[in-house]
Each structure stands twice: as structure tokens, then as C-alpha cells.
Design a protein around this ligand. Structure first.
Ligand SMILES: CC(C)(COP(=O)(O)OP(=O)(O)OC[C@H]1O[C@@H](n2cnc3c(N)ncnc32)[C@H](O)[C@@H]1OP(=O)(O)O)[C@@H](O)C(=O)NCCC(=O)NCCS
Length: 240
């Protein structure tokens, strides 16, 4: 059963789990507070996947204690393997821990934080199949059924207003139009985020026309703005 919920890829070599990383993860999974204190230890992709396999049962048990239905646990924990496949050892450890702890639940195509923050429920968009409007509707319907009617918020590069220049048929355009956008800043932090989610490579590399050629319409739009010297943004939107 090891690896079955997390859907971890086979990373080949370096299967030796690091005991410090394992106990670090285990403590964070068991911590009673959301602000799990992770010790910053260096690790390889092999050591990370090996450690994640070691703590899988702990995560499944925590979900059980929180009375999370097994189907939701299964869908939610699969994000760990998804993130490792997308970003390798650069997958954000604190995010993975949040998923393992059941702080972030997957309901259909989207993810929702289990507990409210200042009366709002944060939504996230995992990597995966296209964000067709019907798929978003279905996921939001599941969230309403599971959690109730709390206001849903999303903070994302997907809500940067310049993406509205994409064709009206774009799923991103449709998705962003569901949100009321508040005040926001464009800054280097958002540039780094968009480099990660759209290019999966370092910002400096995509800024150099000799090193990277965009291949999709979103990549072309983002890169044109960044290379023209503008910053990207990650606005916070409230679902209308
Ligand atoms: C959210 C997501 C599924 C939307 O993809 P989508 O449903 O295909 O979106 P659209 O219909 O608007 O796509 C329009 C075009 O942009 C491309 N595109 C969309 N998202 C892209 C991305 N993250 N990277 C590169 N290209 C992307 C599509 O392939 C399509 O290309 P084409 O017009 O050249 O054929 C996709 O961006 C994704 O998987 N993102 C990663 C997760 C993420 O960013 N989460 C938010 C974190 S804050």
C-alpha cells in the first residue's frame, strides 16, 4: 500500500530515507497547530520521496482522525505525487505538509483549505487537466456541499488582469471573471510564482530570449510582459 495514496513517482536511485527528514515531516504532520515548524534540512529528490513514503500512513491516519471521508483523502493526498512529478525536489515542503495534514482538501478539480482564515475559505488550483468552466462549477458545488456557504477566496497569478487579453474561450479568462478583485501589487515575488507555474524554470532563464522560446499563448503573453520590464501580480479575488 506504500505510495498508493501519495501516488509518488519512482525516483530510481537514492531510496535511502533521511531519518532527520522523516522525523521533521512526522512532527509537522502531528502538530496540533497549522504553523508546523519545519527544520530546513537539505535533501535530494530520492530522500524526499523515500521520507514521504515513510510518513504516508501517519497522514492517512490523521485524515481519519479528522473524519475526512476516504475518497476525499485519496483525492487530496494524490497532490503530493502530482507536485513531486511537476517540480521534483523543488516542490514546496510546507505545501506538501499541509496536504499530508489534511489542511488542504481536493474536491473535484480544485482544492480548498479545511479551516477558515478570517471567515474566508481559500481555494487553490492544482496542476492538471484544463480548467473547463463545467469542471470548476462541479468542484465549487462539491465545496458548497462539503463545507457550506463561506466566502471563497483565491490568490493567484491566474487573476492578474493582463490575462484578460487571452481569447474569450480561454479557461483562465472564464475562471478569473468569477472573482471580485481587490487592490494588489505587481512585484518580483509574483514574477517568481508565474515563472514556476507557467514555465517550470528559473525566472532569469525565461527572461533571456536566447534561452527560452514560449510555446503556448499564456507563455507568450506572460513572457512579453516580463521581458518588457513589467512585474506580474498575484491578486486576491473573492468568488462572486
Ligand atoms: C490552471 C490551468 C489548468 C489552466 O489551463 P487551461 O485550462 O489550459 O487554461 P486556458 O484554456 O486559459 O489556456 C489557454 C492557453 O494557455 C496555455 N496554458 C494555460 N495554462 C498554462 C500554464 N500553466 N503553462 C503554460 N501554458 C499554459 C494552454 O495550453 C493554452 O495554450 P494555447 O492557446 O497555446 O493552446 C493551468 O494553468 C495549470 O495547470 N496551472 C498550474 C497550476 C497553477 O498555476 N495553479 C495556480 C497556482 S496560484
Amino acid at each position: 500500500m506504500s505510495g498508493s495514496f501519495l501516488q509518488l513517482p519512482d525516483t530510481g536511485t537514492d531510496r535511502c530515507a533521511d531519518p532527520v527528514l522523516i522525523s521533521n515531516l512526522a512532527r509537522a504532520i502531528d502538530s496540533s497547530t497549522k504553523h508546523h515548524d519545519l527544520i530546513d534540512v537539505p535533501y535530494t529528490l530520492g530522500a524526499l520521496t523515500a521520507a514521504l513514503r515513510e510518513v504516508e500512513a501517519l497522514a492517512v491516519n490523521r485524515h481519519k482522525c479528522l473524519a475526512i471521508p476516504i475518497g476525499v483523502t485519496q483525492a487530496s493526498l494524490a497532490d503530493v505525487g502530482r507536485k513531486i512529478r511537476a517540480y521534483g525536489a523543488a516542490a514546496e515542503l510546507s505545501w506538501l505538509v499541509g496536504v499530508l495534514r489534511g489542511d488542504v482538501l481536493t474536491l473535484g478539480r480544485l482544492q480548498f483549505e479545511r479551516t477558515l482564515t478570517a471567515g474566508t475559505r481559500a481555494m487553490h488550483i492544482p496542476e492538471g487537466r484544463p480548467l473547463h468552466p463545467a469542471v470548476v462549477d462541479s468542484s465549487l458545488g462539491s465545496a458548497r456541499t462539503y463545507f457550506g456557504e463561506d466566502p471563497i477566496v483565491c490568490t493567484s497569478w491566474l487573476l492578474d488582469p493582463s490575462l484578460q487579453a487571452l481569447p474569450a474561450t480561454s479557461n483562465i479568462v472564464n475562471f478569473a471573471q468569477r472573482f471580485e478583485i481587490g487592490a494588489f501589487n505587481a512585484d518580483e515575488e509574483a514574477d517568481l510564482a508565474v515563472a514556476k507555474f507557467v514555465f517550470k524554470r528559473p525566472l532569469q532563464e525565461i527572461l533571456d530570449p536566447n534561452k527560452f522560446v514560449p510555446s503556448t499563448s499564456v507563455q507568450r503573453l506572460v513572457i512579453a510582459r516580463l521581458r518588457a520590464g513589467f512585474h506580474w501580480s498575484e491578486p486576491r479575488g473573492t468568488l462572486r
